[in-house]
Design a protein around this ligand. Structure first.
Ligand SMILES: [Zn+2]
Length: 459
């Protein structure tokens, strides 16, 4: 059950910073009242500094099992593509119980890092030999189970992966667990649509994997069908992550990837373009103007040596971005935002690039931007502490050495650029207290199942 009242010593509300805040929560976990400077003694007192829960808009849960195992140099020049070979090795082995155990551990870690919802870009569909399970949505349902066990909100984005390259090239054998045609994919969507209807923390979207894994005709067909059941539901797609993809796209279509996508589809707020790393100025401006959201995964992009997103120009043009932990080489609100800003500093040899205006806090600007756009692009009713939104609240430890003596926006700057995950003390999702004084409520049993799954996978 959600708490019915929370008494917060300090909170970042949609109207700014306030002290002595009393949050009223209804029985569905939504905020029904916000009072500030209250002397009320009612409600559960939570010491610390409360900020809105963050949406993690891009996750491949199964990749948590191999985080850190692709850091050995290979015989060829290492790149995204050599990383992908290691990842495929794990993806091809993982059984349903193992996926559920790995996902539950990941979701606990995400909560403890300040994320209260996750966008699961789920492309493992079939059994290891490529045969569909008797329930075609088996592995997606395992991610939903894991989210329920951890108490995190989830937007499931089952992935449409049909081809192995541009122009409808045949998929590789190593991609056999991912592959669906329109009919088998829509059967998964229909199945999940029925399950998700009654789940308050769960939403459904679609994720055509990339421009190389679908054709324009297939994308259009699936989108039209999805719109019938979920009008304006989220649509996520990987795009322009690596140079090789850009070269192949130009060779096949005559256009760069983001340019090509902008010409194919009327992009809007429902769209989230994951990475969008390699864009020229016209593409950057075009994407900003489309109101689609750039789903940035800065620690993964850095880990894979992908490149640097054109952040300064994109934000200056009014573009919206959200953050995701993607490969889970790091699971941290603070580290994703820090890496985003640092990538811009290293590129431009300047400081506080994303602060936007003079005398503005970099941390405040990028935190609030990611929180509101992240919520929107995975259709979760969160992103600010205000009436009508779900009570997704993260409480930072005001006694942590990085936060001692900090007030106002310097709290966000010190959390993001210095203290990191260790500052996160309590987390509420829909008013439910899921992380209490740095411990998740089911942490130990979830960790045991995770250890067993890893032992099996490493065998
Ligand atoms: Zn991804």
């Amino acid at each position: 059950m959600p708490e019915d009242k929370l008494r917060l010593s300090t909170a970042l509300l949609s109207t700014g910073w306030h002290d002595d805040v009393l949050i009223g929560i209804d029985d569905k976990g939504f905020i029904q009242s916000v009072d500030v400077n209250t002397a009320s003694r009612w409600g559960k007192a939570v010491k610390g500094i409360a900020v809105p829960g963050m949406a993690n808009v891009h996750s491949h849960a199964h990749q948590r099992a191999m985080a850190g195992l692709a850091e050995v140099s290979g015989s060829q020049e290492d790149s995204f593509w050599t990383w992908r070979q290691v990842m495929y090795g794990y993806a091809l082995k993982m059984k349903p119980d193992e996926l559920e155990a790995v996902a539950a551990e990941l979701y606990v870690e995400a909560l403890k890092a300040g994320f209260t919802s996750i966008g699961e870009f789920q492309y493992l569909h079939h059994a290891p030999d490529g045969t569909p399970y008797s329930d075609p949505a088996e592995l997606s349902l395992r991610c939903l189970n894991a989210a329920k066990t951890a108490g995190i909100a989830i937007t499931l984005l089952p992935t449409l992966y049909t081809y192995g390259g541009f122009g409808g090239a045949a998929p590789q054998n190593a991609q056999r667990r991912f592959i669906n045609d329109a009919d088998s994919y829509l059967a998964i969507i229909a199945r999940l649509s029925r399950v998700l209807g009654s789940e308050p923390l769960m939403r459904l979207g679609i994720s055509p994997h990339s421009l190389r894994a679908v054709t324009p005709e297939l994308l259009r067909e699936v989108l039209a069908e999805f719109d019938r059941s979920t009008p304006d539901g989220p649509v996520h797609i990987h795009v322009a992550e690596q140079g090789k993809e850009v070269e192949e796209c130009i060779a096949f279509t005559g256009k760069r990837p983001v340019e090509y996508l902008l010409s194919l589809e009327q992009l809007s707020q429902r769209w989230c373009l994951i990475h969008a790393t390699h864009m020229n100025e016209q593409e950057t401006d075009g994407l900003a103007a489309s109101r689609a959201i750039a789903g940035l995964c800065p620690t993964t992009e850095a880990n894979r040596g992908d490149g640097i997103f054109n952040g300064q120009r994109f934000l200056a043009q009014g573009g919206s971005f959200a953050i995701g932990s993607d490969s889970h080489i790091s699971v941290s609100v603070a580290e994703e935002l820090r890496q985003f800003e640092y990538s811009q500093r290293l590129k431009l040899q300047r400081r506080n690039v994303l602060a936007g205006q003079p005398n503005c806090s970099t941390g405040r600007r990028i935190f609030e931007a990611a929180a509101s756009s992240g919520a929107r692009c995975i259709a979760q009713p969160q992103g600010a502490i205000k009436e009508g939104l779900r009570a997704d609240i993260v409480v930072l430890d005001s006694d942590h050495p990085s936060l001692i003596g900090r007030t106002g926006d310097s709290v966000l700057d010190s959390w993001i650029f210095s203290g990191g995950n260790a500052c996160v003390k309590d987390v509420f999702v829909g008013g439910r207290h899921v992380v209490k004084d740095r411990q998740h409520v089911a942490e130990q049993s979830i960790a045991r199942r995770f250890a067993k799954a890893i032992a099996e996978l490493r065998n």
